[in-house]
Ligand binder design. Structure first.
Ligand code: DP6
Length: 325
């Protein structure tokens, strides 16, 4: 009744931005991401007879409030799947995800929780089934079940039975790298959950976003399969800019960008002009992730670190899918 699993976070190259069902988390568009080896969560789940409720410790600190409720709610799903609704669990997670670098720990967190929780409950699942379950904790987490490049296929059934991630290319397919640029400025952010909802509900640009996804996905997968860095980078960068454009059309309007966000974006464009291939992407926050190839690592790190307002540059390679420890 006890198991430990590790899952890595992922960065979307084609963004998930909008839900058609908030209850079981069904997206309005398919998305595609790169799993990152440097940033992960390790979680142990133990079901115990003597517990009267679930307990959740993050980095050895007890967690309460909204974060606890999301974990307990997710454990309910596991209990239902296992056919044992009476047994409570102790969950212990250790996060190696730099939240300062703008990585949400929810992707690696829910993927590790799903893997450890189902294993501890004695439920045997394929990775595809596990991805479907994980999706209901946090959408982007369903891609972290797989290493390398993963596509979350939105599916079209109302019950979500065809909405899960698949691996597009394995970890060793391509040594592409990601630099996470940490900024010294912060702001009170609109959560991705709230931001995408407001955008779906109010932004007149949203339909343009949706219309553009099938072609972006088709083209980026073609680029990944032949390891065409320029093609993959261009599509990822343009897709990110489109997602962020939808937020400006929302009511009330919002943006995740700060001054330094734009400075980093401009620096990446200048690097390209000077012959260093690099492209950026940005999630629901001000931090920028830069895609590059290994031979430019030293230069990229130096140029990004020298930008005023940048406090740290964290580098990562392509990561693996979930592992059981
Ligand atoms: C901008 O997966 O955090 O990072 O499903 O509500 O938990 P919920 O949202 P979440 O949204 C991630 C949005 C994004 C793009 C992406 O990762 O695809």
């Amino acid at each position: 009744m006890k198991a430990t699993a590790r899952a890595h976070t992922n960065i979307a190259l084609i963004k998930y931005w909008g839900k058609r069902n908030e209850q079981i988390i069904l997206p309005t568009n398919s998305s595609l991401s790169l799993t990152l080896d440097g940033f992960y969560t390790t979680t142990t789940v133990e079901f115990k007879e003597e517990l009267a409720k679930d307990t959740f410790y993050l980095n050895d600190e007890p967690v309460k409030g909204e974060q606890y409720s999301r974990v307990a709610k997710f454990l309910n799903l596991i209990r239902r799947t296992a056919g044992n609704e009476q047994l409570y669990a102790e969950v212990r997670s250790i996060n190696e995800v730099p939240t300062a670098a703008g990585f949400a720990s929810s992707a690696s967190g829910f993927a590790a929780l799903a893997a450890a929780g189902t294993k501890a409950a004695g439920v045997d699942m394929s990775n595809q089934e596990l991805s479907k379950l994980t999706r209901q904790g946090s959408g982007s987490a369903c891609r972290s079940i797989f290493g390398g490049f993963a596509e979350w296929r939105m599916g079209n059934r109302a019950d979500g039975s065809d909405s899960h991630a698949v691996q597009v290319a394995p970890q060793d397919h391509w040594d592409i790298r990601v630099a996470a640029v940490v900024l010294n400025e912060t702001m009170k952010e609109v959560s991705s959950r709230e931001g995408m909802k407001r955008t779906v509900d109010t932004s007149p640009f949203y339909s343009g976003w949706i219309d553009s996804i099938p072609n972006d996905l088709k083209e980026i997968k073609a680029g990944i399969s032949v390891r065409d860095f320029e093609k993959v980078g261009q599509i990822a960068e343009a897709n990110c800019l489109k997602m962020h454009a939808t937020t400006l059309g929302a009511n009330p309007p919002f943006t995740y960008w700060l001054d330094t966000t734009m400075t980093v974006m401009q620096t990446v464009r200048e690097m390209r002009k000077s012959g260093i291939p690099a492209y950026f992407t940005i999630d629901a926050g001000p931090n920028v992730k830069v895609l590059y190839l290994p031979q430019y690592e030293e230069k990229i790190q130096q140029i990004l670190s020298d930008i005023e307002g940048v406090t740290d540059v964290r580098l990562s390679k392509v990561g693996q899918g979930i592992t059981y420890l």
